[in-house]
Ligand binder design. Structure first.
Ligand code: GLC
Length: 548
């Protein structure tokens, strides 16, 4: 079974649907909404981690890889979910957080208690001098990437939070445990796997970053990463013929990506990369916000689409996830053209070559969280950033602005189901504030309006299932230098698709060459005309099709 006609829907379980009034979403909540997802037409649900975790980092600090955190439910709940999904032809994708564990994991606890076997599951190193960490590497959530442990007079590595200790993949026992965990979930019927920051698992050496940068050159796409993935594939998910895997790659280069998701590489089916979501970082710094650079965005799409297809390698296609602000607020216009720009963004990404992902709420046009005060934020990265940026001299206003644009919490507010209290998400107190615009933007309203964004997504999914050219066609960029339009062609021997997207809220003119009789498969304006001389309205976007 190929993955090329599949579409994945991402659920951040904490914020999806709460069935028991504790303010956290849970598995029963998901079960109650499966018909909604069936209506949308998706094939897979990717769940962010739901196993036991102290939740310092939203479950990415795993304390147990096999047991559900009771706030989400029990194994029986999961089995019910799995049956209910199967009835609707929906597959389950789980998140495997294998670069690190929580310091609450029993392996780490044993390591700290003096057990050498488990100490070797982690990366402990001597400091350069008393009180000086082994290297100058920075944690991705701010501060040093090393934490001192008195018992050993050594430091352990944590590329993320101090409670997320990096695993030592050089140790074959670690690799074996990882394969066993995947096989445990395969036995329970899970055949989709997302691998968290998987290109960080092989470290290149432990030296100071000479550029005084964060050290990423020493652990990104490290020397043994492909060997490890091939081994894992062989021992576990590679034995499934009908699965779907995706690796989350942090700062990976195109050359390396070929290998991770090359069809003949036997590593992963697809990969997430994030370069296109950094085009509104000033000087590549996340907390220095600038309007997005359209040319950079377009160049990145083109370079990666072409580069991967040349090597039979496959990307995941996405604007949103639990780590990114909402695309409608970021690349569209959530005030003046929410519907037009929402549809345009969806079309632009869904018609490319790869596997599209929809992040919960994206399909109804949810916007950034509209947080006003620091105490409304929950994310460890945002709370750390606040302290660090203030210390560096940024004003309160600037810091709050940066958070309101780029905090991960923008995506983590509960999905708005209707216009009742707490947007129908919970009867209790939500763990994070509900977006105040829920009366306008909610599922109930979207389902009641045949012209809504929801139905646009539904159509895009149907198109992918209907047309081979969307699944497999060659990507060819059009109007490469245009300042407002992102256009491309997809083609096979028998079919041709042209996708045209105006990325701005003003008219855009350009010329394209058409050969033959086209039909319009989908448009975000009612009266779109097929013409070579484009005169696009704000955020206008449409798909032309012809048989060759
Ligand atoms: C990934 C996750 C993110 C998490 C990090 C550390 O980037 O998507 O949410 O904080 O890895 O596990």
């Amino acid at each position: 079974m190929s993955f090329k006609d599949k579409v994945v829907y991402q659920i951040y379980p904490k914020s999806f649907a709460d069935s028991n009034g504790d303010g956290f979403g849970d598995i029963q909540g998901v079960i109650s909404k499966l018909d909604y997802l069936k209506e949308l037409g998706i094939d897979y649900i990717w769940f962010n981690p739901m196993t036991i975790s102290p939740q310092r980092d939203g479950g990415y600090d795993v304390a147990n890889y096999r047991e559900f955190d009771p706030r989400y439910g029990t194994m029986e709940d999961f089995e019910e979910l799995s049956r209910e999904c199967a009835k609707r032809n929906i597959n389950i994708m789980f998140d495997m957080v294998f670069n690190h564990t929580s310091t609450e994991h029993e392996w780490f606890k044993k390591a700290m208690a003096g057990d050498e076997y488990y100490k070797n599951f982690y990366i402990f190193k001597k400091g350069k001098a008393k009180g000086v960490p082994p290297t100058n590497w920075q944690s991705k959530f701010g501060g040093s990437a090393w934490e001192y442990v008195e018992r050993y007079d050594e430091w352990y590595l944590h590329l993320f939070d101090v409670t997320q200790a990096d695993l030592n993949w050089e140790n074959p026992a670690v690799r074996e445990e990882m394969a066993k965990i995947i096989n445990y979930w395969r036995d329970k019927g899970v055949h989709g796997f997302r691998f968290d920051v998987i290109n960080l698992i092989s470290k290149r050496g432990y030296e100071d970053d000479p550029n005084n940068f964060d050290g990423r050159q020493f652990y990104t796409d490290g020397p043994r990463v492909h060997e490890y993935l091939k081994e894992l594939n062989k021992r576990s998910f590679g034995q499934d013929t009908d699965g779907l895997t995706v690796g989350e790659l942090s700062s990976a280069t195109l050359e390396n990506v070929y290998h991770y998701s090359g069809e003949d590489q036997h590593e992963l089916n697809t990969v997430f990369t994030f370069h296109h979501l950094k085009v509104d970082y000033k000087d590549k710094k996340k907390w220095h916000v600038q309007p997005f650079d359209f040319h950079e965005l377009k160049d990145l799409f083109i370079t990666w689409q072409e580069g991967l297809q040349e090597h039979d390698s496959w990307p995941a296609l996405f604007w949103n996830c639990h780590d990114q602000p909402r695309s409608l607020s970021r690349f569209g216009d959530d005030k003046n053209y929410p519907l037009e720009s929402g549809k345009m963004l969806a079309t632009a990404i869904h018609m490319m070559r790869g596997v599209p992902y929809i992040y919960m709420g994206e399909e109804i046009g949810m916007t950034n969280g509209n947080f006003k005060t620091l105490d409304e934020y929950r994310d460890v990265e945002s709370l750390n950033a606040y302290k660090i940026l203030k210390k560096k001299g940024m004003s309160e206003e600037e810091v709050m602005h940066a958070l309101s644009c780029h905090s991960r919490d923008n995506a983590r507010t509960p999905i708005c189901w209707d216009d009742s209290e707490n947007a129908g998400f919970t009867d209790g107190t939500p763990w994070i504030r509900v977006n105040p615009n829920y009366k306008d933007i909610n599922v109930k309203k979207a389902l009641a309006d045949k012209n809504s964004l929801f139905y646009h997504y539904q159509k895009l999914i149907k198109l992918r299932k209907t047309y081979k050219v969307i699944q497999e066609g060659k990507f060819v960029p059009l109007l490469k230098d245009d300042d407002a339009i992102f256009a491309y062609k997809r083609e096979t021997d028998d079919e041709e698709l042209i996708v045209i997207n105006n990325f701005y809220g003003k008219e855009a003119k350009a010329h394209i060459d058409l050969n033959g009789d086209y039909t319009i498969l989908l448009s975000n304006y009612k009266d779109t005309e097929i013409t070579e001389d484009l005169d696009l309205r704000p955020y206008e976007s449409y798909i032309l099709y012809r048989q060759r």
